[in-house]
Design a protein around this ligand. Sequence first.
Ligand SMILES: CCCCC/C=C\C/C=C\C=C\CC(=O)SCCNC(=O)CCNC(=O)[C@H](O)C(C)(C)COP(=O)(O)OP(=O)(O)OC[C@H]1O[C@@H](n2cnc3c(N)ncnc32)[C@H](O)[C@@H]1OP(=O)(O)O
Length: 296
Amino acid sequence: MALVARVRALLLPGSRLRGATLGRAANGGGAGARRALSHRVLVEADPAAGVAVVKFRNPPVNSLSLEMLTELGICLEKLENDKTVRGIVLTADRPGIFSAGLDLTEMCGRNPAHYAEFWKAVQELWLRLYQSNMALGAAINGTCPAGGCLLSLTCDYRILADNPKYTIGLNETQLGIFAPFWFKDTMVNTIGHRATERALQLGLLFTPAEALQVGLVDQVVPEDQVQSTALSVMSQWLAIPDHARQLTKTMMRKATVDQLLKHREADIQNFVSFISRDSIQKVLQVYLQKLRKKNH
Ligand SMILES: CCCCC/C=C\C/C=C\C=C\CC(=O)SCCNC(=O)CCNC(=O)[C@H](O)C(C)(C)COP(=O)(O)OP(=O)(O)OC[C@H]1O[C@@H](n2cnc3c(N)ncnc32)[C@H](O)[C@@H]1OP(=O)(O)O
């Protein structure tokens, strides 16, 4: 079975994500709040507020594996088709790691067809998020490198927990790889050209104070207030008539989106040939081994 079909089938029976009615949230939800599960993503929807909180739960580090990318994409697609949802907050189910970024094991020791499939899934998730009609917020309750940072940058605003361990940035060069043009463009659109050039060349991971200063996040708040702050900021975004907010968002992001749409196939081919190089495979394997050695 194709991965997308397999993941669709994984969504739990009875879940709103399959079109059935959800039960009331077990905790934390307002009146009428609903809860839906897939394996790697938990969705808590509050129809009265028009908001769904999408929680990553892909242990140990919420890495963006092919299955995680696919499941997240399907959850977002379902929410976009749900008329009761106008805004989505992305967060980690457990605080500590928002997302460790792209799953390195998807980019190491595989074949070109796998690299192409994986990169296509990365592109698709980015396109879905960056063009979303929903208001999107990131409640960043953990460390947020590389692909994790990219996810948060697709949102309309970012709230980061005030914990010096929770760094955020596109650190690809530190691994010996580099951020493709559409990662770069997403960052430029948030913090500007010069700050992006410095951040990308040096592969900077910013502390919360630095991230706030450079504009990578909009607010830094105590750890236990990240989600509540993200929800309260969401109500400001949802106070604007949807059509006006959506048209403005499209106007601001269209040129960036069009660049990837125009070069999508070439971008996949470039990724495959870059990541397949022996020298790059070596660098990634050494990096992964270093991460693993820490624990053994
Ligand atoms: C010409 C065209 C060119 C196209 C573009 C070219 C290149 C671009 C290509 C790719 C872009 C990639 C973007 C990315 O996202 S790369 C990923 C970058 N991520 C990181 O650098 C983070 C790495 N992880 C960490 O720093 C720590 O794990 C973290 C701080 C997140 C958590 O630390 P903690 O101590 O809690 O946990 P660990 O013990 O380190 O990890 C536990 C376990 O998880 C494994 N792991 C960690 N991160 C990843 C990951 N990203 N992918 C896969 N696996 C990961 C780690 O190895 C441990 O495994 P094990 O020891 O339990 O086996």
